[in-house]
Design a binder for this molecule. Structure first.
Ligand code: ADP
Ligand code: MG
Length: 280
């Protein structure tokens, strides 16, 4: 696939954490994310899912390999430029929402635009429009503590979308929500995908991953296999279903068994909403 059709492209990306013994969090990952695609990432706890998302989102840099976001190489560039790409090209949604507790829904959503120097009137217009899009047009002035979990996640999704990013990255977006509320958030992702947004979503739940078009299975920092799904969420990677399937994806472990994906939810990294401490 031509580079211009890719939202993100990773080539042989490696990340080693050295805390005593070296941990190969990503051990040679090559992955192409086409524009407008919906990809799920599954794998056991510690398999490198969050590290992968952080690399794509320019929150961290690889030790080796190349990452292109929206056609732009993001490894080896300066911090200033990385910050710009992080702000302009990437929208992040976290399990714990990570909203600013003292800001209203509208202010939370407008915040990324403050950092981009967008003037107040336009910030407000854009924040309201995107909150309206996620069904919260009547909750503009509510604080996070005055919203339900599902509503908080909608605010976080609106905040991720307000800058019109090339890619929406969601790390366990339904992990803190009950089944019903999680289903509503997944329905919203379906709609956003249908509208042309590119989505990469980490989950450890099979039924959540099946909302995507394909599932990238990570194991020990490598892609164990990539599973293509048809619209009904059935594995279309069986030989009889594969005819005509474009293989735009370089995975490095074809045909292995699915990774065990049944680990419990990982410990939430932070509880910004509850404690008032926030890193957003
Ligand atoms: P997952 O999201 O799939 O649970 P992570 O990407 O968070 O996995 O972590 C992959 C591996 O890298 C794990 O073994 C983890 O302990 C290690 N790791 C992640 N971040 C760090 C870090 N900042 N320092 C040291 N080790 C880390
Ligand atoms: Mg993780």
């Amino acid at each position: 696939m031509a580079a211009a059709d890719l939202a993100v492209s990773l080539t042989d990306v490696r990340k080693v954490y050295q805390v005593g013994e070296p941990v190969y969090a990503l051990d040679g990952v090559t992955l192409a994310v086409p524009r407008g695609s919906f990809t799920a990432v599954m794998g056991p706890s510690g398999s490198g899912k969050s590290t992968l998302m952080n690399m794509i989102g320019c929150l961290d840099t690889p030790d080796e390999g190349s990452i292109e976001v929206n056609g732009r190489e993001v490894t080896g560039i300066g911090e200033r430029e990385r910050t710009r790409i992080r702000g302009d090209e990437v929208g992040f949604v976290f399990q714990t929402f990570n909203l600013m507790p003292r800001l209203t829904a509208e202010e939370n959503v407008a915040l990324p635009l403050v950092f981009k120097g967008v003037d107040r009137g336009e910030r407000s217009d854009r924040a309201r429009a995107v909150l309206d899009r996620v069904g919260l047009g009547d909750r503009l002035d509510h604080l996070p503590s005055e919203l339900s979990g599902g509503q908080r996640q909608r605010v976080a999704i609106a905040r991720a979308l307000v800058g019109e990013p090339a890619i929406l990255l969601a790390d366990e977006p339904t992990g803190n929500l009950d089944t019903e509320t999680g289903a509503q958030i997944l329905a919203l992702f379906d709609e956003l995908h249908a509208e042309g947004n590119t989505i990469v979503m980490v989950t450890h739940e099979r039924h959540v991953a099946e909302r995507a078009e394909r599932i990238v299975h990570l194991l020990d920092g490598t892609i164990e296999r990539i599973e293509q799904l048809d619209a009904a969420g059935v594995d279309a990677d069986a030989p009889e279903a594969r005819a005509g399937e474009g293989s735009d994806v370089a995975g490095d472990g074809e045909g292995a068994e699915a990774a065990g994906d049944g680990e419990g939810a990982e410990a939430a990294g932070d509880e910004a909403d509850a404690t008032g401490g926030d890193d957003a």
